[in-house]
Design a binder for this molecule. Structure first.
Ligand code: AMP
Ligand code: MG
Length: 319
């Protein structure tokens, strides 16, 4: 059996046997394990070299399955599920006892979402358990948005990669928690903050906080290429790197002063920019450049998630 393929039944069999399978979602590829099997979940942490204080997102195939994992959800949580699922919104809610502590890093809450990818949904609906699945990459590196990215990062540490093509959204899910009767935005992601605010009031945005890594998306250095990345205005920054091999990653405009110039969205669309973000960051990283200069995108809608990932990828900002 090839390591990359489209055999959902084979993937299901591996997962039932406690093995790890990389799965496509609309956000990024996930490294999936039976969420109710602590042994399988432990291997996810080992394979990713992910610290055990960083809890995993649990993926479900139905709202009913989610309700079996959470305890006493507020009415608005059900509204949000109806509105945004399947889709890139993760809800952090009080967990039931059957959820292993390892999945939630000992927290009394569980992060849960229903992915909007036909293969992931069909896999989930063929299994009697939910899937714990963080992004399918070594901890701290750029998230994978294709099956090949998964193999590039994890190689034979993953039994099988279910190939569902390139990820349609391209950035991780938005993470929304509920604390003391108020919604808290824990991570910017594939559902725009503005869209959520059309349905519920967000009491606080902690997505940019690096003070307490309650969630791995909140660690200051993450989603990072190996090449140093500087975030700011390419036109102003390029002269500082005269003579160096520079890759420029820009939003819409092309800056040709560097060795490689990559454009997130020639038409200036944030959805397209998000879809291209991680693949172009990988391309910049593999280009042989000594430094990557990345430009911020407009801070609205999906732009918030893109700027958040760029800021975490950066070694220096706004020179
Ligand atoms: P990922 O590797 O994309 O699956 O990242 C997992 C993300 O889920 C983290 O960045 C956290 O933001 C979030 N998360 C998971 N579980 C919890 C939890 N119990 N409380 C708060 N955030 C959580
Ligand atoms: Mg990740």
């Amino acid at each position: 059996m090839d390591r990359i393929g489209t055999d959902i039944q084979y993937a299901a069999r591996l997962l039932r046997d406690g093995k790890l399978v990389a799965i496509p979602t609309e956000t990024v590829y996930g490294l999936a394990a039976n969420a109710l099997d602590p042994g399988a979940v432990l291997r996810v942490f080992e394979v990713k070299e992910r610290p055990s204080f960083d809890p995993l997102i649990v993926h479900v195939g139905s709202k009913e399955q989610a309700l079996g994992l959470i305890s006493d959800p507020p009415e608005e949580a059900l509204d949000l599920m109806n509105e945004f699922w399947p889709g890139p919104l993760t809800l952090v809610l009080a967990k039931r006892d059957l959820v292993p502590d390892l999945v939630t890093s000992g927290l009394p809450t569980i992060a849960v979402r229903m992915p909007a990818h036909p293969m992931a949904l069909s896999l989930l609906r063929s299994l009697p358990f939910p899937l714990a699945a963080p992004s399918a990459n070594p901890f701290g590196y750029i998230s994978p948005t294709s099956a090949q990215h998964v193999i590039d990062g994890l190689g034979d540490k993953v039994a099988y990669v279910l190939d569902g093509g390139s990820c349609r959204i391209g950035v991780e899910s938005t993470v929304l928690g509920y604390k003391d009767g108020a919604w808290v935005l824990l991570r910017q992601g594939g559902v725009a903050q503005e869209s959520i605010e059309e349905h519920v009031q967000i009491g606080a945005v902690q997505a940019s906080s690096t003070s307490r890594p309650e969630a791995h998306g909140m660690l200051s250095s993450h989603y990072a290429p190996r090449t140093p990345l500087v975030l700011g205005d390419p036109e102003a920054l390029l002269p500082n790197y005269a003579g160096a091999r520079v890759a420029v990653l820009s939003f819409q405009e092309r800056y040709s002063g560097g060795m490689v110039d990559l454009v997130l969205s020639p038409s200036g669309e944030l959805t397209e920019a998000a879809r291209n973000l991680f693949a172009l960051l990988r391309q910049a990283d593999a280009s042989g450049a000594e430094v990557i200069i990345a430009e911020r995108v407009p801070q609205v809608g999906l732009g918030r998630a893109i700027n958040d990932r760029l800021a975490r990828a950066a070694t220096e900002r706004d020179v």
